[in-house]
Design a protein around this ligand. Structure first.
Ligand SMILES: [Zn+2]
Ligand SMILES: [Zn+2]
Length: 259
């Protein structure tokens, strides 16, 4: 299983807009959160953020087999209008402006967009028209979706933002597993399973609480994402040192992990 971190930043990202602090000026860029998992010939996109166009072109990915949203916060979901518009115009390209009336039946993006009913409702309110061009499929806590040989399980997490019901995703393929849980303070219902690699982040609660949640998984490898030098007022090297002291790795954009 190949895991590519497309974005390891958060809602602000690094450098933060409209900021010239030393942490912004001296840190590598961190794009908004997204991860690509490739296994058994399938490509899964976990979170569809506002940097999606750049991220997918950077790794030369032009098709996916499934998309999954952890929750509807903009940094994880605001690439949805772009993939919706892509699906809308993916059939016969426009020959003239007179043909601005494609019908949903003519267009199939070739993948489902998995998200909670709550996230779907928020996205419908914000972006509208989602149903017309994408194939939203509701996913519930602990439900498992199969894409090719991959099994993707929705793991409920406590995000500490009551309006935003939030998931992590456990992706399993032939005995290998990776869990992506970018906005979590702790598991809502216990960890997904032993032996999973975990991508977590240190902002959404006391550091000790997240550490306990990570340790409960007995993960073989922990990579921190959703990191922000600007907000944490630390240089990348300092964050890396803090991560290492806990036995974790600090993620960086476009890092690739073979799991
Ligand atoms: Zn800054
Ligand atoms: Zn969030």
């Amino acid at each position: 299983m190949k895991v590519t971190l497309l974005g390891t930043g958060d809602a602000t990202s690094v450098p933060a807009p409209l900021c010239d602090c030393e942490y912004c000026l001296e840190s590598d860029r961190r794009r908004h959160p997204s991860v690509l998992v490739e296994a058994g010939g399938e490509r899964l996109l976990l979170d569809v953020g506002p940097d999606l166009q750049e991220q997918l072109h950077e790794v030369d990915v032009r098709d996916i087999d499934g998309a999954f949203l952890t929750h509807a916060h903009g940094d994880h979901s605001s690439g949805v209008p772009a993939i919706g518009q892509t699906a809308k115009w993916d059939g016969d390209h426009l020959d003239s402006v007179d043909e601005l009336e494609p019908t949903p039946e003519d267009f199939d993006p070739g993948y489902d967009l998995h998200l909670t009913e709550t996230a779907h409702s928020h996205i419908d309110d914000w972006y509208g028209d989602l149903d017309r061009w994408l194939i939203p499929v509701h996913i519930d806590d602990w439900e498992t979706v199969t894409v090719g040989d991959c099994e993707i399980t929705a793991v409920p997490v406590e995000h500490h933002r009551p309006h935003a019901r939030t998931l992590g995703f456990l992706v399993e393929h032939r005995g290998r597993s990776v869990c992506y849980a970018p906005d979590m303070r702790q598991w809502l219902d216990g960890p997904p399973e032993e032996g999973a690699a975990v991508l977590g982040q240190p902002v959404h609660g006391p550091r000790g609480e997240l550490r306990a949640a990570i340790e409960a998984t007995d993960a073989g490898r922990v990579v921190l994402v959703n990191v922000n030098e600007h907000i944490q007022r630390k240089h990348t090297a300092q964050l890396g040192q803090i991560a290492r002291e806990s036995g974790y790795e600090l993620g960086a954009d476009y890092n690739v992990y073979e799991v």
